[in-house]
Design a protein around this ligand. Sequence first.
Ligand SMILES: *Cc1c(COP(=O)(O)O)cnc(C)c1O
Length: 492
Amino acid sequence: MTTPELDLVRRRRQLLMDRSVSGRVATTLPPLDVPVQRLPSEELLRRDLQLPEVTEGELVRYFAHLSQLNFSVDTNFYPLGSCTMKYNPKLHDEVASLPGLSQIHPRQPDSTLQGALKLMYQLQSYLAEITGMAGVSLAPLAGAHGELAGMLMARAYHLERGDTRRSTVLVPDSAHGTNPASAAMAGFEVVTVPSDRRGNMDLEALKSMISDRLAAIMITMPNTLGLFEPDIAKICQMVYEVGGIVYGDGANMNALLGRAKLGELGFDVVHTNLHKTFSTPHGGGGPGAGPVCVSSRLVPYLPAPVVERGNGGEGEEYHLVAPEKTIGKIAAFHGAFGVLVRAYTYIRLLGESGLRQASEDAVINANYILSQLKGDYHLPYDRPCMHEVVFSANKQKANGVRALDIAKRLIDYGIHPPTMYFPLIVEEALMIEPTETESKETLDYFIHAMKTIAQEAEGSPQLLKSAPHNTPNTRLDEARAARQPDLRWKQS
Ligand SMILES: *Cc1c(COP(=O)(O)O)cnc(C)c1O
């Protein structure tokens, strides 16, 4: 590039303050239509307030440029395992912003909210159908919140029956960290179930842990290795026989839609993450929803409110009720209503056959990646996967290259890093979830990038250790950056 062009590029990257030229303004104010007021006395005025002085055009370019530094599903491939970063159709946002859905108030009388309540009622029915459960509450605001609701229901269920000795909850060692945390928050003692060499729950170990002190077991299906537990029906039966509750972490339903119903396999309670499987944009900590779906024995304990359909004078009528033995309210008003609208739209848009197709494509895509990369990366559990595949960077570790370095190098190829170092039972884990919304060309590009990186790890490991090379910042202290963000411009 010529020098003037380079100057332009450099200027785009400059901080706003450094672009400041005295006297420039970015605002156009209308003529004053109120009486002129005098400024406060001199000593109250701040003289050290340094604000950038730029034109409106400069300001727009600056922020537009900043916005492009954000990585998103809308800009590129985002194979973050266990998070289901699928493409979220824009139609969902449009529907959620319809005035009849976005400009209602939760304190309006139910009689004026019939359309919104009907939508919630139908979403409850769809989720009950998808999970094979008898009842649903849409109240929880996240996956972990759904887990907590589930654990509180399990506790209420046992206590209600005078069964006060049930103090333990079993959680496999492959589980998402929120599982043991939720069980502990509900007052239970967590006992870890080891996995066996195939990546399943160790049945012998499990047998020895099952007793009449068991309150519940929390199972992720497919598990966080992306594997289907072949003995699941047997495990549910074993827990059921001692009077325990089987909790299903259904945060990742992408492999199961229209294929398997956890209720039919023997689960008592399942939470779903609407902000993963059911297509609400997430990743920046935006709103989510983690509805809980339960078998008939737990329906009376569901968190309030639940939408019920009755028959009023003028036909069907929807209202909010608190189930008979409810664990109470766990969120304000109706839950994350906008997220519920998006999930409803997604399910209606795809329909039964579309949902089934989505899970088929999600599983095929993950297995395609598995088959193409297993020669280059260690595959700790060599068997077909469900919606995600977990590799290990153990092979590359011999050259001093770690999972982190591979993930960072992917950024140079325009791809978001996969989930790393989780599940904890896989050394140097790289957990990849392509989702159903990616084309074969995108998957092939990813595979090509991963293969190239495997070669780079052999020939030029330093290239990986210093990656990424094309971002404004490279290796941050990520924990500190998140906990003590330094967002202020300071004069250097
Ligand atoms: C994402 C996830 C959760 C937690 O969901 P949040 O909405 O982030 O609280 C729980 N379990 C699994 C398996 C997950 O992938």
